[in-house]
Design a protein around this ligand. Structure first.
Ligand SMILES: O=c1ccn([C@@H]2O[C@H](COP(=O)(O)OP(=O)(O)O[C@H]3O[C@H](CO)[C@@H](O)[C@H](O)[C@H]3O)[C@@H](O)[C@H]2O)c(=O)[nH]1
Ligand SMILES: [Mn+2]
Length: 720
């Protein structure tokens, strides 16, 4: 008889009830359509501003249609990791990738914590392998990982013994670590020992960074001698090999260091290039059917993450139904009420789940389990695989390395890896070095094409992408972030939500990510131009006013429902506008320049913060304040602010002609201009701020000139 528990589904797809939200969304849509109809019908009576308003509102309506349809059918996935274990199947191996690029911008202690949280996952140690790609080619990073692997031999058993939830030591030791439930003397003793060991590890790395541990660059380090960061041969090093194959309790999984070959004349494709090399090297070494990738500033905060992912990857009826499982990012130490509006909580909560209900959100570049064969280009329509497996074909796709071809053929034909036990990683180092070479990128496969490390094969039509949307908080306040799921009883939750301690990432909108924050929440009917709007006395001002009120109440409600404050709502509203006037606008410029062939996309590695283990507040009251610099990115918003300020001042002083025929200046314009000023309050403060808190004078002058030009232009158009 079959074990009844083995027939239970591994996951459930739960559709959310959102009838009220749908009704409101449709209401807003009909109001928008009414407004458009009204504009069209009354065109003759009005001037240029009417046309401008019509164009803007058509755009809002279009965005709104997209938003509503994307959010229409929201789903959540409930996963049952215990059932994976109850099925008593052989658990599949998983290769885990960590990318790092710069030992200064990305302090190695961060990478070490990421790696430790992966090595300590609740999954048989002989099924896991961790590969670190170091684009910095840094002996310091290598040294840190070697030391980390020694510490791991204590840390991993400690975590497993006491079922520690958060397995990144710096996070663990910064929390209310010794909770009352676990005060057994033995635990206390072990805890203390671990903390000491971890502090020693930090100290060693710090000393090495200062150069006080002279890395002679001999022995193990010889490969790093005389190398230049952008010009060196590949370095592949097996830091730790878990020889206890077949022993699930074998302490620490494999740990491999890779610094791919770099040559000045070969474009390295940033993270995408690193992901290619990680895929290939892990292919010849362990060739797991699933691959998890995380950035060096993240940690896994749910030790059962692999099992959760497997619920979906193995639980779907067919492999074709699920190319990857992606976990939302959740930021710790975020600032209260998200002053920079960059935590994307609400976006993922509603839009993310909505997309999950359609086909699944885009791969965000990190925190994701991929099916290896999908990355190798197996399309869902490839029923007939044998043709693809001819030697010639394989060589064309996978390059000249016999070892790699063999491993790829294994994955594509789904035959079980013959080398799975016992591994002998060292014997593959030579092959690994060959495929970590930069020429291989051209002969061989380019799996991850996008410069930021996104694969290009997962979004084939017909392939469904699933996302585990159980926990949806995601944000970018601190450079550090975690993969997590929401469980109300999840201790990580408390740790993850501790009050702000770090100032977070640089606070310049110039640093906001232009690729991730899609303009899905553009607010309909908020004019930036004082000439565009409706005067009182018109029959229709009630429509934009109704849209304005409904839309704001609706978004406010979304925030409250997601457990955020009204303040967070307001901060996010103003940030959407600021981001639109800064990062997105410049994003558009840079795309245009790129299309014209006038510039290249640049990728700058984001500066990460050094973690600290004491959870104390660093007493910086200015963490939520905006900072500015000479960047032209601040000009548009400053200009918009100046235009609206001018308009308000003129109106208040009574210099403006009263509303005539709807094209003049009325109470509507006053309200909307005030809204714009409120949204740009941070810039208003910037006009008077000092130092980095002030907008540089040059920017103010340039914006002033633009504002003058604009005011005169609009006077000219309204007169003409
Ligand atoms: O030449 C490079 C450049 C970057 N990286 C790594 O790529 C990752 C992301 O780089 P980062 O500078 O942190 O970029 P972000 O702006 O944080 O990246 C966004 O885009 C990334 C790539 O899609 C996603 O992984 C992130 O989650 C997303 O926030 C980091 O681990 C880097 O070490 C490399 O390995 N090689
Ligand atoms: Mn990053």
């Amino acid at each position: 008889m079959a074990n009844p528990s083995s027939s239970l589904p591994l996951y459930e797809r739960v559709t959310r009830k959102n009838t009220i939200a749908r009704a409101i969304e449709l209401g807003i849509l009909s109001l928008l359509l009414c407004l458009l109809a009204y504009r069209i019908l009354s065109f003759q009576d009005h001037g240029f501003s009417w046309l401008l308003a019509f164009l803007c509102e058509s755009w809002f309506a279009f965005i709104w249609v997209l938003t509503v349809s994307s959010k229409w059918n929201q789903v959540e996935y409930q996963t049952y990791p215990q059932r994976v274990l109850q099925r008593k199947l052989e658990l599949p191996p998983v290769d885990m990738f960590v990318t790092t690029a710069d030992p200064v911008l990305e302090p190695p202690i961060l990478t070490v914590n990421t790696v430790l949280s992966l090595l300590a996952l609740d999954y048989p140690a002989d099924k896991l392998a961790c590969y670190v790609s170091d684009d910095g080619g840094s002996p310091l990073t290598f040294y840190s990982l070697v030391e980390a692997s020694k510490f791991a031999k204590l840390w991993v058993p400690f975590c497993k013994k006491y079922s520690i939830q958060v397995r990144a030591p710096f996070r663990y030791f910064s929390g209310e670590s010794m909770s009352s439930q676990d005060i057994s003397p033995l635990f206390q003793q072990d805890w203390k020992k671990m903390k000491d060991e971890y502090e020693q590890l930090c100290q060693k790395i710090e000393d090495a960074a200062k150069g006080s541990i002279p890395c002679e660059l001999t022995g193990e380090f010889a490969d790093f001698k005389n190398i230049q960061r952008r010009n060196h041969a590949s370095i592949v090093k097996v830091i730790w090999e878990n020889k206890e194959a077949g022993n699930a309790n074998g302490v620490v999984p494999h740990l491999v260091y890779i610094s791919r070959e770099k040559r000045p004349k070969h474009p390295h494709h940033f993270k995408a290039g690193a992901m290619n090399v990680l895929t290939r090297v892990s292919g010849v070494m362990t060739n797991a059917p699933f691959m998890l990738n995380v950035d060096c500033d993240m940690y896994v905060n749910n030790s059962q993450i692999v099992l959760h992912a497997l619920c979906l990857l193995m639980g779907m009826k067919s492999d074709k139904d699920c190319a990857f499982v992606q976990f939302p990012q959740h930021f710790y130490d975020g600032l209260k009420d998200h002053p920079f509006g960059n935590q994307l909580v609400v976006l993922i909560e509603y839009l993310g789940r909505g997309l999950a209900g359609i086909q699944g959100p885009f791969y965000g570049g990190t925190g994701c389990f991929h099916r290896r064969k999908v990355i190798y280009g197996l399309s869902p329509f490839d029923e007939e695989i044998s043709g693809k497996l001819s030697d010639e074909n394989l060589q064309k796709t996978f390059g000249s390395s016999m070892e790699f071809i063999k491993s790829a053929a294994q994955i594509l034909s789904e035959s079980k890896s013959t080398s799975s036990s016992p591994h002998n990683l060292l014997s593959f180092v030579e092959a690994a070095n060959q495929i970590a070479a930069c020429v291989y990128e051209y002969d061989g496969l380019d799996l991850w094409i996008d410069d930021r490390g996104r694969p290009h094969r997962t979004h084939n039509p017909g392939k469904r992408l699933e996302i585990d949307q159980l926990h949806t908080d995601a944000a970018r306040v601190s450079g550090l972030r975690a993969l997590r799921r929401a469980c109300d009883d999840d201790p990580a939750e408390k740790v993850g939500h501790r009050a702000s301690r770090n100032p977070g990432r640089p606070k310049k909108p110039a640093h906001f990510d232009t690729t991730r924050e899609a303009p899905v929440q553009a607010m309909p009917g908020l004019p930036v131009d004082p000439a565009v709007g409706l005067a009182v006395g018109e029959p229709a001002p009630s429509i934009p006013v109704a849209i304005f009120i409904t839309y704001n109440l609706y978004t406010l409600f979304e925030y409250l429902q997601a457990g955020l404050s009204a303040r967070a709502w307001w901060n996010n509203q103003r940030m959407w506008r600021i981001t639109a006037m800064t990062a997105w606008l410049f994003g558009v410029f840079s795309v245009i320049l790129k299309l014209l062939g006038l510039s290249e996309t640049v990728f700058e590695v984001t500066q990460k913060e050094q973690p600290s283990t004491n959870g104390s507040d660093d007493g910086n009251a200015d963490v939520g304040r905006f900072t500015f610099n000479e960047s032209p990115i601040f000009i548009p918003a400053t200009t918009v602010l100046l235009v609206n300020l001018t308009a308000l001042v003129i109106a208040i002083l009574g210099f403006w002609p009263a509303a005539r025929g709807g094209d003049g200046w009325g109470i509507g314009e006053m309200i909307f201009s005030s809204c714009v000023v409120l949204c740009l309050w941070a810039f208003l403060k910037g006009l008077f701020g000092k130092g980095k808190y002030g907008i540089p004078l040059a920017t103010v002058y340039k914006s002033g000139a633009l504002a003058l030009l604009f005011v005169n232009l609009s006077r000219w158009t309204s007169m003409g």
